[in-house]
Design a protein around this ligand. Structure first.
Ligand code: ADE
Ligand code: ZN
Length: 333
């Protein structure tokens, strides 16, 4: 079964590219770019990656991103993730990036997006891996700042499929960003948002009703409302669930208590994702394997999760059918 999981063709729909920055690359870039890190060695990094909640992680994650300066840095970061995609048989990936984390440090928007894009183009030419880029607004900042970022992005609209909402959830509900998402929608961007990672179901309702999202990122708190569970089931609204992230950020005590299998069995359109794999101790296949071991997922569950990842992506129907066929062929091998 583990071999089956590893080889299964799959898509990843919730991956922060800044969260794939491995400690070794962090040290190399810090040295190259003359950026001071709060760690002396890899051992200290490992010790620092012990989180109590989302905010305790974000503080460390934003500090790590400071080493990213040049277009080549963003290329190298993204390319390293693509190598992991190849290893995990990820055939399509939808990558988040946080422009404000970089523009606030005077790194130009174009430096970030062009570095990421160059690596994704290479992923397609070398491995046939397809991808989309989603730009996330930092919800601890103002809507005005998000609007400024949206305006900056318009020059690169062809490179960005959608907009999302991430960072500190509690106290920053989706409704805070109503206007910027309305404008993004008008500009033709797909809409997603982190909701119900730590905060209650009202955040998920707001993401659906006010931001008009096409996917919910995380959404694991849905389990607290039967009404919402029924709505998600009926609408087949995708949830991009990130099991390792939820354990590391103490949303669940351990993997055996994770609710993804309950939601899957209920008929909700859940997918498996790695969120910030370098910080949460595992990439996509590690997440799948842990779910298999701790929640007794069977072969049908694995197939359904992989198919959900393809059908919930922002690719064309034609490519979806092609990829679903790939999965069907793989199952019969
Ligand atoms: N940014 C990176 N990872 C995140 C997460 N899990 N939740 C909110 N913002 C994030
Ligand atoms: Zn996330």
């Amino acid at each position: 079964m583990i071999d089956f999981i590893k080889k299964m063709p799959k898509a990843e729909l919730h991956l922060h590219i800044e969260g794939s920055l491995e400690p070794l690359m962090m040290f190399e870039l810090a040295k190259k770019n003359n950026v001071k890190l709060p760690y002396k060695n890899l051992e200290e990094v490992k010790n620092a990656y012990e989180f109590t909640n989302l905010q305790s992680f974000l503080d460390i994650y934003y500090a790590g991103a400071n080493v990213l300066i040049t277009k080549e840095d963003f290329f190298d970061l993204t390319w390293a993730y693509i190598i992991k995609c190849k290893e995990d048989n990820i055939i399509h990936t939808e990558i988040f990036f946080d422009p404000q984390t970089h523009t606030s440090r005077k790194i130009e928007f174009k430096t970030v997006i062009l570095g990421i894009k160059e690596a994704l183009d290479k992923a397609y030419t070398e491995f046939g891996i397809t991808s989309n880029i989603i730009m996330c607004f930092l919800r601890h900042l103002t809507q005005e700042d998000a609007l400024k970022t949206l305006n900056q992005s318009l020059e690169f609209k062809d490179l960005i499929i959608g907009v999302g909402l991430d960072s500190s959830e509690l106290g920053n509900p989706p409704s805070k960003f109503k206007e910027v998402f309305k404008k993004a929608k008008k500009e033709g961007f797909k809409i997603v948002a982190h909701a119900g990672e730590e905060a209650d179901v009202s955040y998920i309702y707001e993401a659906i009703d006010i931001l008009e999202v096409q996917r919910i990122d995380h959404g694991v708190q849905s389990i607290n409302s039967k009404e919402l569970m029924d709505l998600l089931k009926e609408s087949q609204m995708p949830l991009t669930v990130c099991p390792f992230s939820n354990i590391e950020l103490k949303v669940f005590k351990d993997m055996s208590e994770h609710n993804i299998k309950l939601m899957l069995d209920y008929g909700i359109n859940v997918t498996v994702n790695s969120d910030d794999p370098s910080y949460f101790k595992g990439y996509l296949n590690d997440n799948f394997i842990s779910l298999y071991k701790n929640l007794d997922l069977n072969k049908e569950d694995i197939i359904k999760l992989a198919k959900n990842s393809i059908s919930s992506s922002f690719i064309s129907d034609e490519l979806k059918n092609n990829y679903l066929e790939k999965i069907n062929k793989f199952i019969l091998e």
